[in-house]
Write a protein that binds this ligand. Structure first.
Ligand code: EPU
Length: 420
């Protein structure tokens, strides 16, 4: 297994190009199988393991998938298999979008229960509630979700919790249903809007994505289209944090600054400088940054997926910071790793109390999950001495080319393969 070796303490300078959004891409790829004619050409696809995994899954269902650098062509007219049961399906979270997409197009699906980062319980009751409301029968048997419907009929669904996955999955299921489906208390994340835009490019009629209510009027057929995935809000946030943490200056290119506002606001509150310029933001910091309180919330609140790398930054800020994680109950696994590097953190229930220290020191640490991995990379960049980040397959699931992007900004970071 590979590891990242980082010699910390260098301020980062320069510019970095942000890739397509992971959590949009991993929903758009399954959504593409809704096309019963034509092919989907999707651009700005991030080069990450979760995308590779989904491409393999879609191929195993009978689609033709041709990847070319950052774009992918998917021909799903040849799709014949509605049973998704490979190791890849079990490994990743977003394979659950196949349930909504297959149910919509074929009125049946059998999909192994999804995996993903160990950050909390991760139930799918709201997905199931939506499918059933549309008229599907859902059973979970031997670790598989089995859905079937004679027909799907539009209805009103009020979600009990704001869920990105349930919002997108039920939206997929409703695109070809009879009549209109109204989804209330939905997630408003940028990737939810991106999936709705993608579906509309395929001929769907989805209105209201980005607000609390989404209305989907079923259409007869969806066709292939050409589409470009939005930039990754979380990758951008990670580089913004790295700029402030290393006391450098980084221009983060190919972003939608509006998607970054909650992160920009917190960085400014700490004393960093953030300037927006069209489709880029520049973040710089010098001197001592001050601790702040952070509470994760669904969009437009502070994203849970940025909480872990942001906590690393707070480790070296002056004073006490309280970080409250309201989305995932086990998203503090990075804390023990940060403590190995000299951080002073105490976790009580869902809040991490961080007392800023002068410096972090290099250590051997683990990427316990994807964003914990990003937190450890940022920690390594600021720490005195050498940090080794192990288990980086978690990082590779969601950050394209992370070491080269940081290297180009002046970081001393390299990937070392096992046995080397
Ligand atoms: N929830 C339920 N029932 C459901 C669905 C969710 O109770 O049926 C709860 C969850 O337990 C959680 C909250 O609702 O407390 C929000 O969960 P959500 O469904 O929004 O999460 P998700 O769709 O499983 C996606 C991202 C996560 C990100 C969350 C929140 C993907 C593939 N994953 O997960 O991304 O943290 O939304 O924004 O889109 C990551 O990228 O590192 C990552 C974990």
């Amino acid at each position: 297994m590979d590891k990242l070796v980082i010699k910390g303490g260098k301020p980062l300078f320069g510019s970095v190009e942000i890739s397509g959004a992971k959590n949009a891409a991993v929903a758009i790829l399954p959504a593409s199988i809704l096309a019963s004619s034509g092919v989907c050409n999707i651009d700005n696809i991030p080069n990450i393991e979760d995308v590779n995994c989904l491409e393999r899954i879609i191929e195993s269902l009978g689609c033709t998938v041709v990847r070319n650098s950052n774009s992918v062509m998917i021909d799903s007219t040849t799709l014949h298999n509605t049973d998704a049961n490979t190791e890849d399906v079990r490994k990743m979270r977003a394979s659950y979008y196949l349930i909504g997409a297959l149910l919509s197009r074929f009125k049946k699906a059998r999909v192994e229960l999804p995996g993903g980062c160990p950050i909390g319980v991760r139930p799918i009751d709201q997905h199931i509630k939506g499918f059933e409301a549309l008229g599907a029968r859902v059973v979970i048997n031997h670790g598989c979700v089995i859905v079937e419907a004679d027909k799907l009929i539009g209805t009103n669904i009020f979600f009990d919790v704001v869920s990105v996955g349930a919002t997108i999955n039920v939206m997929l299921a409703a695109t070809l249903a009879e009549g209109t489906t109204t989804l209330e208390n939905v997630a408003k994340e940028p990737h939810v809007v991106d999936v709705a835009n993608f579906l509309n490019s395929m001929g769907a009629n989805v209105k209201g994505a980005g607000t609390d209510i989404i209305r989907i009027t079923g259409v007869k057929e969806l066709k292939g289209c050409t589409y470009s995935v939005i930039p990754d809000q979380i990758e951008a946030g990670t580089f913004m944090i790295a700029a402030a943490a290393t006391k450098g200056k980084i221009t983060i290119e190919n972003v939608i600054p509006k998607h970054l506002e909650s992160i920009s606001a917190k960085l400014e509150e700490m004393g960093a400088e953030v300037t927006e310029n069209g489709d880029s933001v520049t973040v710089s910091a010098s001197g001592v940054l001050k601790g702040v309180n952070v509470k994760t919330q669904p969009y437009p609140g502070f994203p849970t997926d940025v909480q872990q790398p942001f906590s690393t930054l707070l480790c070296i800020a002056k004073g006490r910071s309280n970080v409250t994680e309201s989305i995932w109950e086990s998203r503090f696994k990075h804390v023990d790793e940060l403590k190995k590097m000299g951080a002073s953190i105490r976790v009580e229930d869902r809040t991490a109390m961080i007392d800023g220290v002068e410096k972090l020191t290099g250590a051997v640490v683990r990427a316990t999950d994807l964003r914990a991995g990003a937190a450890m990379v940022v920690a390594g960049l600021i720490a005195e001495g050498t940090t080794e980040v192990l288990d980086i397959e978690h990082i590779d699931r969601g950050y394209p080319n992370i070491e080269n992007k940081f290297k180009n900004l002046g970081a001393d970071i390299c990937r070392v393969s096992s046995g080397v």
